[in-house]
Design a protein. Structure first.
Length: 352
């Protein structure tokens, strides 16, 4: 069992090398004017996040015409009032039509009323640097892209979140064959022609992980929308409680593996191997000889996560990487079991 865990070390290295292949978004001091931009924020009960997000958006420096659209998807809190107070255009989303899920529907409603040549879809749990949108649009134009997607800097507050996100990201990249089709819903920039020509979010209206589905859809149709590292452009606060973390991991576990393609078994193998030291210590707690070999495996696995800790948490969190991998594995199994049994996964008060 302890020897099996050592498989996680080379796989973690493979994933980290792929991660480093992603170009970083440069901080572009754009001097000339840029085309019009519509920033679209789909929301559902996001009052606490909007208080942090909207001041960062009203402070952006964009050398061109831009607008801020907040789509309110049947919120029961102060989402709409807070958005209006910060000068955003608030668009109430109509009831969900048959076959649609909430977030793609909200994004589609925002795009339908947007006037910008470029459309930037961002999540409410993000915060943005003043130069971010201008740098993204300038980069896309310079490289003649149809858009781009950014992996923002991950901000975490608790060790379960740090350990789980560390393991989840390492597992994702360990199994990815290439970066083609990779897309992050927290930050999606698309030229209007690419959005309308591809069908936009209407093409993935029924997908629980609409970002991954949209990324693969755009890739299949020949659009150039690469994934970039965007740590300088903004930050994302994905989860604020352990319950939120658990439901998020269940949702990702239930829906992410199919989009990993032939790399899905590698992701599953990596996560299981990385979690094995925790299982070994639990099973052989009273077997002194085996316990020490399990401890050695634990230290070997944590060493494999050290490069990842530079990206997704403090260095000390690598010591809890096997526990994070175990949490990711259990959540994924639970989500898949719910799917296989015909039960949907709950997310933000809806079944997806």
């Amino acid at each position: 069992m302890a020897l099996f865990s050592l498989l996680a070390v080379p796989l973690a290295g493979r994933g980290e090398r792929l991660y480093r292949k992603m170009p970083g978004l440069p901080v572009d001091a754009q001097a000339g004017p840029l085309p019009s931009l519509s920033i679209i924020v789909p929301t559902r009960n996001e009052a606490h996040n909007l208080e942090r997000l909207l001041p960062s958006l009203t402070a952006i420096r964009y050398p061109g015409t831009w607008e801020l659209i907040v789509v309110d998807d049947s919120s029961t809190d102060e989402t709409a009032a807070i958005a209006a107070a910060h000068g955003a255009r608030v668009v109430p989303a109509p009831p969900l039509p048959p076959g649609w899920l909430g977030k793609p529907h909200a994004c589609q409603q925002g795009a339908a009323v947007a006037s910008g040549e470029w459309l930037l879809f961002i999540d409410a749990d993000t915060v943005h640097a003043p130069h971010g949108p201008a740098s993204a649009v300038a980069f896309a134009r310079q490289h003649e892209l149809d858009g781009l997607t950014l992996l923002l800097k991950q901000e975490t507050e608790s060790w379960p979140e740090q350990a789980a996100l560390l393991a989840a990201h390492a597992g994702l990249f360990a199994g990815l064959p290439t970066l083609d089709g990779l897309m992050y819903g927290q930050y999606i920039l698309l030229h209007r022609s690419a959005y309308e020509g591809s069908g936009g979010f209407a093409a993935v209206r029924h997908e629980p992980l609409e970002d991954l589905a949209l990324g693969h859809h755009l890739c299949r149709h020949g659009y150039r929308v690469p994934a970039l590292r965007g740590e300088t452009a903004g930050r994302v606060y994905m989860y604020n409680t352990f319950t939120h973390l658990w439901t998020g991991l269940v949702r990702l576990g239930a829906g992410a593996l199919p989009w990993s393609g032939r790399g899905a078994p590698i992701t599953a193998l990596f996560t299981g191997a990385a979690a094995t030291p925790l299982l070994a210590l639990a099973v052989f707690l009273f077997n002194r000889q085996v316990r020490w070999s399990a401890l050695a495996a634990w230290l070997a696995v944590t060493a494999g996560f050290i490069p990842w800790a530079r990206h997704f948490g403090p260095a000390r969190i690598v010591l809890l990487a096997p526990a994070g991998a175990f949490l990711v594995m259990v959540a994924a199994i639970w989500g898949l079991l719910r799917r296989l049994s015909g039960r949907d996964v709950s997310w933000k008060g809806r079944l997806v």
